[in-house]
Design a protein around this ligand. Structure first.
Ligand SMILES: O=C(O)CCC(=O)C(=O)O
Ligand SMILES: [Fe+2]
Length: 397
């Protein structure tokens, strides 16, 4: 089944892998300002003193770098391997088989290699995302979807488009991981409310986002080895595998595998420098999204990040997989400003929407989302062809 693609792209590997065997970085490799926070301690495993220290580290991270790692988050290698290996196996099928599961216009199912362009959406740089993708959203009953949809824009948002899976085993692995990672995101948000000393009123606004099922998306990206001719140090080439952007969600939980050759592809803009974020064994990379930054009046950081191509000497063994969960509130969530310490906060798009809402006293996530995405649609007016000018570098390896 896998020979067709393997012939075209000799270095593409879709085999199942045991994650304990990968070439991981260690906890001591975490860059300065990006701490490794133990979720079991935040959940109370080692008493109040240790818990307070973890909360302090969390507060520091979310207000300064906007990036941190979590360990001991309670999802096993077996669960991660189940979703990863099922999806790698799927990607190994011939293109016409995979096309039957392509709903990329609804941000569901299969999205082919170099089909999406983060550069195009954000207006940052040029080129396509150098990976193939698979996506699921929340599994909701028709009634639950009806409750949450309040406008035409909600339907167009595709937040509740139906999921599509190639088979039952694949679905089980995806639904299991979705539920587990969603729970983890809620625990982290709860801890963050505490770490930031939010007022009881604000904690209850936060939990409004927490208690209902989110409209978050779970995506798997497989980035194959970057072809030699497409590497970052070949004159005239772009340098991105996924262009610089911030996430349009509340919180992002990302599991990345290390490149076999030690290259580090993910980078976060901390201060005015892009800092390498290595794949550390047993951790998730967590960053905060634009929605949370707006709700918190700029108090926390929605840090810009990107995925870069290796130089030529690192092209072999530069493949990496990413399993990323974007947590977002339900579209009908009633958002209100989060009250921070006196003197903190600024005039954001959210504050403006809230003022416009007047006596209603809330802004729905649907309204905020429409305004936010509206900001970016204009970049999509730039022709797709502009981002295809280097397509010839990727057709064969
Ligand atoms: O591939 C990665 O490591 C980053 C993915 C990412 O930032 C995103 O999908 O928003
Ligand atoms: Fe991102």
């Amino acid at each position: 089944m896998q020979t067709e693609l393997k012939k075209e792209h000799e270095n593409w590997d879709f085999s199942a892998r045991q994650h304990s065997q990968l070439n991981w970085y260690a906890e001591t490799d975490a860059p300065p300002g990006v701490p490794v926070i133990d979720l079991s301690i935040l959940r109370g495993a080692e008493g109040a003193g240790e818990r307070q220290r973890a909360l302090d580290a969390l507060r520091e991270a979310v207000t300064k770098s906007g990036f941190f790692y979590v360990k001991n988050y309670g999802i096993t290698d077996k669960e991660i391997e189940a979703i990863s290996n099922a999806t790698r196996g799927f990607f190994g099928h011939p293109e016409d088989y995979k096309q039957a599961f392509d709903r990329h216009e609804q941000v569901r199912g299969y999205t082919g290699y170099r089909l999406e362009s983060t550069a195009r959406f954000f207006g940052t740089g040029q080129g396509k995302d150098l990976c193939m993708k698979y996506t699921m959203g929340p599994e909701l009953s028709p009634e639950e979807v009806r409750e949450r949809i309040t406008s035409e824009e909600d339907i167009a948002s595709n937040a509740y488009s139906p999921n599509i899976f190639p088979d039952a085993g694949f679905r089980d692995a995806w639904v299991n991981y979705y539920e587990r990672i969603h729970r983890t995101s809620l625990d982290l948000l709860e801890a963050m409310g505490e770490a930031l000393n939010l007022s009881p009123e604000s904690r209850s606004v936060l939990s409004e986002m927490l208690i209902e099922k989110s409209c978050g998306e779970l995506r798997f990206f497989q980035y194959p080895d970057v072809p030699l001719n497409a590497c970052a140090d070949v004159p005239g080439n772009g340098t991105d595998r996924m262009a610089a952007h911030f996430d349009m969600d509340v919180i992002t939980l990302l599991y990345q595998t290390p490149c076999e050759n030690g290259f580090i592809s993910l980078e976060a803009l901390i201060g005015d420098e892009f800092v390498k974020i290595p794949a550390i064994r047993g951790t998730l990379v967590v960053n905060l999204g634009e929605v949370l930054r707006l709700l918190m009046g700029n108090f926390i950081k929605a840090t810009i990040h990107r995925v870069v191509r290796p130089p030529q000497r690192y092209h072999l063994g530069s493949a990496r997989d990413v399993l990323v969960f974007f947590q977002a509130p339900p579209l009908n969530a009633r958002l209100r400003p989060l009250l921070l310490e006196p003197g903190v906060g600024s005039d954001t798009i959210f504050d403006q929407l809230y003022r416009e809402a007047g006596g209603i006293g809330y802004v729905t996530f649907s309204q905020l989302r429409a305004r936010l995405f509206g900001e970016f649609i204009r970049h999509m007016e730039v022709s797709d062809a502009k981002h295809e000018s280097d397509a010839h570098l990727f057709s064969k390896q």
